[in-house]
Ligand binder design. Sequence first.
Ligand SMILES: Nc1ncnc2c1ncn2[C@@H]1O[C@H](COP(=O)(O)OP(=O)(O)O)[C@@H](O)[C@H]1O
Ligand SMILES: [Mg+2]
Length: 309
Amino acid sequence: MDAIQVNDLTKRYGGFKAVDHISFSVVEGEIFGFLGPNGSGKSTTIRMLTGIVKPDEGTAAIMGHDIVKDSIRARESIGFVPEMANAYVELTAWRNLMFMGDLYGIPRSERERRASDLLKRFGLYERRDNQVRGFSKGMRQRLLLCMALINDPPVLILDEPTSGLDVESSRLIKEVIRELNRAGTTVFLTTHNIEDASQLCERVAIINRGVIIAVDRPEALRQAGSALYCIEVSFSRSVDERELSDIPSVREVMKFGDKLRLYVDDIDMAITSIVDYARIHNMKILALTTLAPSLEDIFVRLTHKTGAE
Ligand SMILES: Nc1ncnc2c1ncn2[C@@H]1O[C@H](COP(=O)(O)OP(=O)(O)O)[C@@H](O)[C@H]1O
Ligand SMILES: [Mg+2]
């Protein structure tokens, strides 16, 4: 069975489609990432999966439970850490966990046992009687994970779990996520950071403007992106993209303001050809920069392709 199954899920705000007919599935036992720039619909998708907002179209199921028709059981299968969440800062770490366990109706002795286990596992046990007020951002994020796990859910949903954390906290959180996954928890997370995605996820979906444009293993996506180099060039007069696409080794040309971006297989051959092209057509090269392929390039190329189809 798939841990998460999503079909044509759609959310509109007014006339605007924040999430536009997305479909994907998360296999039990995997770490699956939703990778996309700000505003691409990641949190909206999570809000639908966790029952905070109702989808306008489509269906989704968590561990086989429909998120609308069987919303209580779907929600019981999830541990959830929202984006920008916070624990109660005036309470201690321990009290926060007891409070959460109480909400889930977990009997007291069981609650205490799980809270101790979780706090130890996340390196917070020594600080359990301290108010959260004095915790660093990384400690708070770890506590939120403990709180999400107090009812021992099969699926953990995390909205930008490492965003805004220092390197050390981010590393710790990633370690904890991997460890939980090894112990059997399915993880669905969002991130706008390709490094985090490739360090954590077995598969990622790239989402842009509410649409899934690719689902693959992170390394496969990165290689697809880095197979091409990017050259940004501006000439002394305006040049049509199509003219440049005939240059040897150039795969794709896009206009970026007054500059052109050329995606090329062989950077050396491409630069020589660009220089020749300018000379033959009596133009000056005003600027020429080579750019390392970034996540943005991958997004841009994938969205460009999607748009062209
Ligand atoms: N409650 C809302 N009302 C109107 N627009 C919204 C609401 N929530 C999100 N949006 C819009 O939907 C788009 C996707 O937002 P979101 O899912 O938060 O993106 P992400 O988490 O990928 O940054 C954005 O353009 C955002 O402005
Ligand atoms: Mg978000």
